[in-house]
Design a protein around this ligand. Structure first.
Ligand code: SAM
Length: 250
């Protein structure tokens, strides 16, 4: 099944705005990318649904989803999930949320065909060393028609990503991280069916570090990206960052 590459410019889902604090320390210039990703989480009404965040860090996004969809059962896991009074308070403020320490490569605690949505933010590039292992786990637990979403991932086809992250890897700043490639998404799509890749940040990736100081410049570059993607769709594959949405076949 071929990948569908897009640069989304649709109006964000109203619930997605309320989730924006979950972008934490990421540059504010990336808000459109996160808004598009959070809109994908909201694409189906999650009330009454069972959903799981993998690699959730401090659990901020899972908590935001739980608050936006009060009758959803929201579960989050991370290898190093925070615990103690702070985490307890977090869960208390977000009814429907449970947050546990766990490994994304071992979802055996979840029944087959039991989840409507599994997602990760800035997560897949930590799991790319065993794409097949991950997909086997997630394809088992997702219901038919369920969605597997990644928000904000770095793409190695973009030369600035390749160069900057190669330097950071050589300095051992990036630990278990890898860049991602469309060929990996093609491989993943075989486990699920449909795959849409939303591409962002064609020119502006090196500006990210300064984006809070040069906001007007960043906005200009984003407009240039949108115009270039629209005029030359072949450039979509060279975006620096993406959101990816897999949908499990019915
Ligand atoms: C870049 S952080 C992203 C955290 C959070 N999603 C966010 O956006 O702030 C990547 C997270 O993946 C977690 N992680 C890495 N490998 C994992 C695995 N195999 N299972 C569960 N979590 C993992 C790390 O502990 C870390 O919290």
């Amino acid at each position: 099944m071929p990948l569908k590459l897009t640069h989304p410019n649709q109006v964000p889902h109203p619930a997605a705005e309320a989730m924006l604090p979950a972008i934490g320390g990421f540059p504010t210039s990336d808000r459109p990318l996160f808004l598009a990703g959070y809109s994908e989480l909201c694409r189906i009404d999650l009330n009454g649904k069972r959903v799981l965040e993998i690699c959730g860090g401090h659990g901020k996004l899972a908590a935001a989803v739980a608050r936006s969809f009060p009758s959803a059962e929201v579960m989050g896991l991370d290898l190093y999930a925070v615990s103690g009074p702070e985490a307890d308070e977090w869960c208390r403020q977000s009814p429907g949320l449970s947050y546990i320490a766990g490994d994304a490569f071992d979802l055996s605690r979840f029944e087959a065909d039991s989840l409507d949505l599994v997602w990760g933010q800035a997560a897949l590039h930590h799991l790319a060393h065993d794409i097949d292992g991950l997909c086997v786990q997630v394809a088992r637990v997702l219901k038919p028609g369920g969605r597997f979403v990644f928000i904000f991932e770095p793409m190695g086809h973009n030369l600035a990503v390749a160069a900057i992250r190669a330097i950071r890897m050589a300095r051992e700043e990036l630990g278990d991280e890898s860049n991602l490639y469309l060929s990996q998404f093609e491989k993943m799509a075989r486990y699920f069916g449909a795959c849409e890749v939303q591409m962002f940040n064609l020119l502006g990736y090196p500006l990210k570090a300064f984006s809070d100081r040069f906001r007007p410049l960043c906005r200009l570059v984003q407009r240039a990206d949108a115009a270039l993607f629209g005029r030359f769709p072949g450039l979509l594959r060279y975006g620096a960052n993406c959101n990816v949405v897999f949908t499990k076949s019915l």
